[in-house]
Design a protein around this ligand. Structure first.
Ligand code: 5RP
Length: 228
């Protein structure tokens, strides 16, 4: 049986094969996206990359890939990124690496988005992985209470938890905070996405709906291809 890391690597390498010379390529964040970055660099193509986090920009630069800011290149041809959950229709939960805002900005600016993952990420219903929600730091406890109210409208009774590390709150590359909402099951992802987005103080959330064009999922015996 292949390990999760083997599966991530296989998916990353399969995605790198989709890149053509001259493309502008969006680079995701996380361990699976890192395999894609390595495989892309190994191909030695002439590409320009737009990174979804400082960590990915640093990794890509260390392999000699050219990095540009979002908006400083022509349109992004292809973005490849990981996910925390892949649900029906390639609906996704992302943001486990606290990069969801930059990821969504890059995905939405891309002609084609490919999600890469190990087999354990595929789920029948989104929500077991706690939904990351990025909020501005000012008044964040008040924002968290309002998020809680929104969740209760969807019969999700829980208080989102501030993401912390080594005793301090996690800060995103943009200086915001992350709350994680352990929803359990998200029965109406589109409605929940819209409701969360309407809360003042919420910058964005990790529901990526109608954005992925293709999933490449590493599994025992090869890489599975899924379309929405
Ligand atoms: C970062 C993300 C990642 O793509 C997601 O957390 C998956 O990470 P990994 O590839 O390490 O399992 O959304 O914000």
């Amino acid at each position: 049986m292949s390990s999760a890391d083997d599966q991530k690597r296989a998916a990353g390498e399969a995605a790198a094969a989709l890149v053509e010379t001259g493309m502008v390529v969006g680079l995701g964040t996380g361990s699976t996206a890192a395999w894609f970055v390595r495989a892309l660099a190994a191909r030695g193509l002439n590409v320009t990359c737009v990174a979804t986090s400082q960590a990915t920009a640093d990794l890509a630069s260390s392999f000699g890939l050219a990095i540009a800011e979002l908006g400083e290149t022509r349109a992004i041809d292809l973005t490849v990124d990981g996910a925390d959950e892949i649900g029906p229709g390639l609906s996704l939960i992302k943001g486990g690496g606290a990069a969801l805002l930059r990821e969504k900005l890059v995905w939405e600016a891309s002609g084609r988005c490919v999600v890469i993952a190990d087999a354990a990420k595929q789920v029948k219903t989104l929500g077991k992985f706690p939904l990351p929600i990025e909020v501005v730091a000012f008044g964040h406890k008040t924002t968290a209470l309002r998020i809680c109210d929104v969740l209760s409208e969807f019969d999700i009774a829980m208080m989102p938890r501030l993401r912390v590390t080594d005793g301090g709150p996690v800060r995103t590359d943009g200086g915001n905070l992350i709350y994680d909402a352990a929803c359990g099951r998200i029965e109406e992802p589109a409605a929940l996405a819209a409701a969360l987005k309407s809360v003042t103080g919420v910058v964005d959330h990790g529901l990526f709906l109608d954005l992925a064009d293709l999933a490449l999922i590493g599994a025992d015996g090869g890489v599975m291809t899924l379309e929405p």
